[in-house]
Design a protein around this ligand. Structure first.
Ligand code: BMA
Length: 392
């Protein structure tokens, strides 16, 4: 282990091989979710009382800069990851996207097979890591994507109305949620232990680029969308999901605005924030503005999370192209160390979209600084976890 600091005692040994003959008892807590899921949540909340936080990366093990996993032949053993290549450790948290599962497709919207995503989740759980899932689903009314297209705007603005009860796409939408339920229900170890995941749909709703965004539905409709989603997943037997609320930065420190569309403590477990560093030319003022914006918004999120006894996290961030040599230790870490978040997640290193990466790869300008960030005792990577599912 790179750090002597161990927050968590390993108490649960999860079998990583073997057949289905001897299923373990996987008890439900009073909440109706598995004990393991509740334990993960308790640990995430508890991380808010410490100075440490998990590091996460979207699609970390399925592709990176200059490579893509061989989905036909690769296994999840001896895997590649840009983060691993730089610091010889996996992120503690892996993130994947369920976009297009609703269509019954075998590949997600970024071309990753769902079968492989399931394998990755099981492998990362076996390693002792945590998993989060986003859902950039299509638009059930227009047939377009999550992103509102100018040409379809007049139709796409009506999508939330259409999927809620009484709407023309309600029945179809339920089948979409059921496909997510099937996937979540399929996440289990060979011995039948359901793998806990943090599900993060309906994100960045404070902006209007997604069909569930601010200008396309009322606050009550947005809340109803959440209630419908969580209730339906529960009805479909999902017992291993935690739920994250992750607005963008539009509230800008205003607590009432951040909470305007909050669907309620009964459906949300973690309060998040999506906040990106926009500085295409490495402009120092823009980078400083990001740090200030992040600081202000995380103060707000962490304050509200404490009041509601929820976990808090920087659910998406990153500096596309990482154009400064010390962004990790001079921009990101100094802000994060001031706030009681349980994790930070950076977005993907696209192999098929030029200059769309948020984590370093070997030789990248910020790679050495990322190793310093890795060695910061406050950042937790896989080796530091020693099992996230400790006894309470
Ligand atoms: C966005 C971009 C897109 C991608 C989507 C879902 O932020 O990275 O290229 O398709 O996320 O992963």
């Amino acid at each position: 282990m790179k750090k002597t600091f161990t927050i968590i005692a390993a108490a649960l040994v999860i079998a990583s091989c073997g057949g289905n003959r001897h299923k373990v008892d996987d008890p439900l807590a009073d909440s109706g979710r598995t004990q393991l899921t509740e334990t993960l949540l308790a640990n995430l909340v508890q991380l808010g009382d410490s100075s440490v936080y998990l590091f996460g990366h979207h699609d970390d093990t399925v592709y990176g800069i200059g490579w893509e996993a061989d989905y036909a032949n690769d296994s999840t053993v001896h895997q590649r990851s840009d983060v691993l290549s730089v610091c010889n450790d996996f992120p503690a948290l892996l993130s994947f996207d369920l976009g297009h599962i609703e269509l019954g497709d075998s590949l997600n919207l970024d071309g990753v097979p769902f079968r492989r995503i399931r394998q990755e989740i099981i492998a990362h759980h076996d390693r002792g890591g945590m998993i989060t899932l986003s859902w950039h689903l299509d638009n059930p009314l227009s047939g377009g994507s999550s992103w509102v297209a100018d040409s379809l705007k007049s139709v796409e603005e009506k999508t939330v109305t259409a999927v809620l009860e009484g709407g023309e796409k309600h029945a179809l939408f339920l089948t979409w949620i059921d496909k997510v339920a099937d996937f979540l229900n399929s996440l289990e170890t060979p011995y039948g232990v359901k793998i806990p995941v943090l599900f993060r749909p309906w994100h960045e709703h404070t902006g209007s680029w997604f069909w569930w965004g601010q200008d396309h539905c009322t606050a009550e409709q947005y809340k109803a969308l959440w209630q419908l989603t969580v209730n339906r997943l529960k009805e479909q037997g999902v017992v291993n999901a935690l739920y994250a609320y992750s607005p963008g930065t539009e509230a800008d420190g205003d607590e009432a605005k951040y909470m305007e569309r909050y669907p309620g403590d009964d459906v949300i477990d973690l309060l998040g924030l999506d906040c990106y560093c926009f500085a295409p030319e490495a402009d120092t003022t823009q980078i400083a503005n990001y740090a200030a914006q992040l600081d202000k918004n995380l103060s707000m999120v962490c304050t509200i999370a404490k009041q509601h006894h929820k976990a808090a996290a920087l659910t998406e961030t990153g500096y596309e192209c990482l154009k400064t040599i010390d962004w990790w230790t001079k921009t990101l870490a100094p802000v994060l160390e001031k706030h009681s978040i349980c994790y930070v997640l950076v977005w993907r290193n696209a192999h098929n979209r030029p200059n769309h990466f948020f984590a370093p790869y070997p030789g990248q300008l910020s790679a050495s600084d990322f190793i310093r960030f890795y060695n910061d005792p406050r950042t937790l990577f896989l080796h530091d976890l020693n099992g996230l599912y400790m006894k309470r």
